[in-house]
Write a protein that binds this ligand. Structure first.
Ligand code: ATP
Ligand code: MG
Length: 316
């Protein structure tokens, strides 16, 4: 067994074909997905609409079967059922009986997932508090806003204190305050040592939350790893702002250090490779310029994402 206890999710070569309709040709949605999620990690499964994120999640939840390949969660094949008590799941469009109240629906799911009767009321109250629905606990779901429903969905996923939680677009339909509440909740799970797998396309949330990501484009993973590892040290860049730099020198720097020059006149900003910074600063100071600032330039997830989508388009 390759699982050493640290691998909470292990997917190897998962392919999913569907037949869109009677007599129609088979369509491949997942083209051999392999990924690993470690214990205690917040993992972002990121990709544009239609990439196959929900399909992968359905395979992991045992709701549909992979056409080939293998997927395990907590060391169990996803086809097994017994280990599911340790798993929480927020589906993409959760559906609830809307004549029940928030408290009732959580009690319902608590019973379903085997929470002990003695512990139930306290657990339900705790979850309502975590998702800030204590005040609305006894109102029917029919009266809930979209954001409130999304939060009750998350409470439902966590009611039985699972080891690993799968969230399909947890921030969907939430305003910035609601998103912050969910982010805080996800970080609380991480502090408690839980593992979180989330599907999303909200890149800023991923940047703030995720330890590692996989970028899925058209059913293929284009990047997987820690965001900061995407660029190796040689490629890291810094923004250097200088004032009082003689004009001819700025363009000479452009050439000599392969710098990207912005701004005109005596105040300029140069983006240079990290390894060139010291040299450039020395030359600038010698020429009588003043150094205003040096800031490490962090590649954004957005640029990684756009690159992944573009290279997928080129190769298709
Ligand atoms: N049962 C099915 N039959 C036919 N096509 C399907 C089926 N299930 C999914 N698809 C197609 O597979 C692709 C991936 O769908 P999926 O819902 O997994 O994407 P997603 O990444 O979750 O997208 P979104 O961000 O919009 O939620 C889509 O083109 C979808 O139309
Ligand atoms: Mg989806």
């Amino acid at each position: 067994m390759p699982d050493d206890g640290r691998e909470v999710v292990r997917v190897r070569g998962v392919v999913k074909d569907v037949r869109p309709g009677l007599g129609l040709r088979r369509k491949r949605i997942l083209h051999g997905i392999s990924l690993t999620v470690h214990r205690g990690e917040i993992f972002g499964f990121v990709g544009p609409n239609g990439a196959g994120k929900t399909t992968m999640l359905k395979v992991l939840m045992g709701l549909i079967r992979a056409s080939s390949g293998r997927a395990t969660v907590l060391g169990h094949d996803v086809g097994e059922t017994e280990f599911r008590r340790q798993v929480g799941f927020l589906p993409e469009n959760p559906y609830f009986y809307d004549y029940l109240t928030g408290r009732e629906i959580l009690r319902f799911y608590a019973r379903l997932s085997g929470v002990r009767a003695a512990a139930m009321d306290k657990r339900v109250a705790t979850l309502l508090d975590w998702v800030q629905l204590s005040d609305a606990a006894d109102a029917r779901l029919r009266t809930y806003s979209k954001g409130m429903l999304q939060r009750i969905g998350i409470a439902q996923a966590l009611i039985h204190d699972p080891e690993v939680v799968f969230l399909d677009e947890p921030m969907s339909g939430l305003d910035p305050i609601g998103r912050k509440q969910i982010r805080d909740l996800i970080l609380r799970l991480k502090r408690a040592g839980k593992t979180v797998f989330m599907n999303t396309h909200i890149l800023s949330d991923v940047e703030m939350l995720c330890d590692r990501v996989a970028i899925l484009v058209a059913g293929r993973i284009r990047f997987q790893g820690r965001l900061e590892d995407f660029l190796d040290g040689d490629e890291r860049e810094s923004d250097v702002v200088l004032s009082g730099l003689p004009a001819d020198l700025a363009s000479r720097f452009e050439e000599r250090y392969g710098a990207e020059l912005r701004g005109h006149g005596t105040r300029v900003e140069l983006r240079v490779k990290e390894k060139e910074v010291a040299d450039l600063l020395r030359a600038a100071l010698e020429a009588g310029a003043e150094v205003q600032s040096v800031t490490a330039y962090r590649i954004s997830l957005e640029s990684i994402f756009m690159r992944a989508v573009e290279s997928a388009e080129e190769s298709s």
